[in-house]
Design a protein around this ligand. Structure first.
Ligand SMILES: [Zn+2]
Ligand SMILES: [Zn+2]
Length: 429
């Protein structure tokens, strides 16, 4: 079959694109979709463009491992490592609450965690339907009624707020999860209060529980839930994980002045030839930052990312020992600068092509190319194409957990290596 697919900016052309009948590509895509979905637990970081320690041997002793979590929406059980999934919580242990203080604005019409997830489900399904004559998303009467009810809001929680499960990490799955003080726990549960905590923290407050999984025999089936959350983005979408251990080097701002100067010297990079994009000539430290040092996204261990502020010391509030990065709660798994970390699903590329695209769109383009269709223009897949061809789920969604910290930052948890009893530190970066 030959034909043409026109992308963004070619709306009229797409609907008359030869070979793009309503049934043909849609059927083929759903077949492709099934085979792609079957491969989703093969998430692996592509090799770094070069071995940075060959250029800067001073970095070698600073290498640290981190475990990228690679979350994907799913239906985790209490026996899985997960984000936003059910916890292996003993029935005989009280559920944790946050005493606040919380500030609820009068005008807010907050949603319950179930409302938030229902809203997401409705929007997800409706997104791929044909739009109406006015170009608006079409909802069924039942969906409209549900949306109307949800928009009415819920009462603000009175008194202490039950915490929400944020992450459950089994040591068997996460090589970089090391219980502090060398104790024998093998499960970390992170819960958070889905509210801001002014004046100190404009983000949720986290609480950590370390356990021995084998000691939990009766699992709490229905934990209490807050009647409402302050922001929908504080309700994590239940995700399964595909942990992967990688190597990281310190963020540029955490390096010594001498090493920073050497990294900023373009002549040091020239020996790497084409492995370094020459557009970084003016500022090679950006190449180091974007591609070689710290991975984006949710992860355990490794090095911290900085940017909103310079690095700050993180002494344990109890004993003063410097704390180590424990968990990074990321808004985004990748952005324009860090696309090079987007996991390779070990799916052989159909046609190697440009990489400056959303991976979901790239997959669609590769799919059409494999069918012998030309892709006429680079850019986003236009709505007119989505109307004809249901788009398969993104291989590497940017925000699989739906969590957002402030306007797109990370919440970093740091832990004292001496004892799990010592308070952890939370930073927004
Ligand atoms: Zn709270
Ligand atoms: Zn300590």
């Amino acid at each position: 079959m030959t034909g043409s697919v026109y992308l963004e900016g070619a709306r009229g052309a797409a609907s008359r694109g030869a070979g793009l009948t309503e049934k043909g590509p849609a059927r083929q895509l759903s077949e492709a979709d099934a085979s792609i979905t079957a491969m989703t637990d093969m998430r692996r970081t592509p090799p770094r463009p070069l071995d940075v320690t060959a250029l800067f041997p001073e970095l070698a002793p600073l290498a640290r491992t981190a475990t990228r979590l690679h979350p994907r929406p799913g239906a985790p059980s209490p026996h899985d490592s997960s984000i936003g999934g059910p916890l292996l919580w003993p029935t005989d242990e009280p559920w944790p609450y946050c005493e606040g203080p919380h500030q609820w604005a009068r005008s807010e019409k907050p949603h319950s965690p179930d409302d938030v997830r229902q809203l997401r489900r409705i929007k997800k399904v409706a997104k791929y339907r044909p739009v109406d004559d006015a170009g608006l998303t079409v909802f069924t009467p039942e969906e409209r009624a549900t949306l109307e009810r949800i928009r009415g809001g819920r009462p603000h929680p009175e008194g202490p707020v039950p915490l929400l499960p944020l992450a459950q990490l089994y040591a068997r799955d996460i090589p970089d999860l090391r219980p502090p003080g060398g104790d024998s726990t093998d499960l970390l549960q992170v819960l958070w209060c889905p509210c801001d905590h002014p004046p100190d923290k404009f983000m949720p407050r986290t609480v950590l529980f370390w356990r021995r999984a084998a000691e939990v025999t009766d699992v709490l089936a229905t934990p209490p839930q807050p009647s409402a959350v302050q922001f929908d983005e504080y309700v994590p979408e239940p995700c399964l994980l595909a942990p992967e251990q990688i190597t990281e080097y310190p963020h540029f701002m955490e390096l010594s002045e001498e090493l920073r100067a050497r990294i900023q010297d373009w002549s040091r990079w020239e020996v790497a030839g084409t492995a370094v994009d020459s557009s970084f000539q003016e500022s090679p430290s950006e190449f180091y930052e974007d591609h070689l040092s710290v991975a984006p996204g949710w992860k355990v261990g490794g090095w911290a990312s900085w940017g909103p502020t310079d690095p700050v010391p993180r002494p344990c509030p109890v004993c003063g020992t410097e704390s180590n990065p424990l968990l990074t709660i990321a808004t985004f798994e990748w952005d324009d600068d860090t696309r090079g970390w987007v996991e390779n699903e070990e799916r052989p590329p159909v046609s190697p092509s440009f990489t400056a695209l959303d991976p979901g769109h790239q997959r669609l383009i590769d799919f059409f190319r494999a069918k012998g269709m030309d892709v006429q223009e680079r850019g986003r897949v236009s709505r007119s194409i989505r109307e004809i061809v249901p788009q398969p789920p993104d291989l590497a969604p940017r925000q699989p957990t739906e969590v957002q910290i402030a306007s797109g930052y990370r919440q970093q948890l740091y832990l004292c290596p001496v004892s799990a009893e010592h308070l952890h530190i939370e930073l927004m970066q």
